[in-house]
Design a protein around this ligand. Structure first.
Ligand SMILES: [Zn+2]
Length: 262
């Protein structure tokens, strides 16, 4: 997939044509260009702002086409995360290898592991081979505590199983390490140090408590309040809200629908 803004502009042409010729009752269009550019040059960079302006034009074309096809359509713009500028790659693989939690063979490939970091952008899940092994859990917890005290590791928080569950995070993780804004999780490599300057200029995937991770929800349509500020919402409320507009319900939704009616 072409993740650049040029790809988004091509997708816009296809989507406009689809709206004009097929008049679909439900359509989603995904724009990857801003995420792509913010990773490359950072949020708020000249290039990122130029990308945003081009996407604004693309959204305008989609809205015009949709309103021509369905004057009473509901149209929503949704983003899935915010962004922070980054400068440092953090690799927990190095300290995990040094602690014997990951064992390498002669070729430098993973031979076996007791605990494995799972990089997720601005945070790192830590998965144990034996999650119920109290000794292993204690050993990894102690290592993470030691790393959290090291300013080089740029760790903001180490979440425990209970804290991960409360946040709705990955249930396979025994620990979840949130990095400080500016640091990001490096991919697997055996020759990467704990910290090194990053080529990536922006990242997401930090804990949702970080204000910079907040994103956008805009909605318009017949019967939708025109100037209501919904404040801070749970993004899991968006799907049930839009389902109601389509005359459907999502009984398994984890968040209640928003009141967007005027
Ligand atoms: Zn991204």
């Amino acid at each position: 997939m072409d993740e650049g803004v040029e790809g988004d502009e091509t997708r816009t042409k296809f989507a406009v044509r689809m709206i004009e010729t097929k008049k679909p009752g439900f359509l989603t269009v995904y724009f990857a260009g801003l995420d792509h550019e913010e990773h490359a040059s950072g949020p708020g960079s000249t290039q990122s702002n130029a990308t945003l302006e081009r996407l604004d034009v693309a959204v305008g074309k989609l809205v015009s086409a949709e309103l021509a096809a369905h004057p009473d359509a509901t149209i929503a713009v949704v983003s899935d995360h915010g962004f922070v500028a980054t400068d440092t790659d953090i690799s927990l693989f190095r300290p995990f290898i040094d602690a014997g939690l990951i064992k390498l063979d002669a070729a430098g490939k993973v031979a076996s592991w007791d605990a494995m970091p799972w990089p997720s952008g601005g945070s790192i899940a830590v998965v144990l081979s034996r999650p119920d092994d109290a000794a292993l859990t204690g050993m990894v917890g102690t290592l993470l505590e030691k790393l959290a005290a090291d300013p080089q590791a740029r760790i903001a928080k180490v979440a425990t199983r209970a804290e991960i569950a409360a946040m709705g995070g990955n249930p396979q993780a025994s620990f979840f390490v949130d990095l400080k804004p500016g640091a990001l999780a490096a991919g697997f490599a055996t020759d990467t140090p704990l910290a090194r300057p990053s080529r990536t200029q922006g990242m997401h995937g930090y804990f949702p408590t970080l204000p910079e991770m907040r994103s956008t929800f805009l909605v318009m349509g017949k019967g939708v309040a025109k100037t209501r500020n919904l404040g801070q919402i749970d993004m899991r409320a968006i799907a049930p809200t839009l389902a109601i507009r389509m005359g459907a319900t999502l009984p398994d939704a984890q968040s209640a629908a928003l009141n967007i009616a005027d």
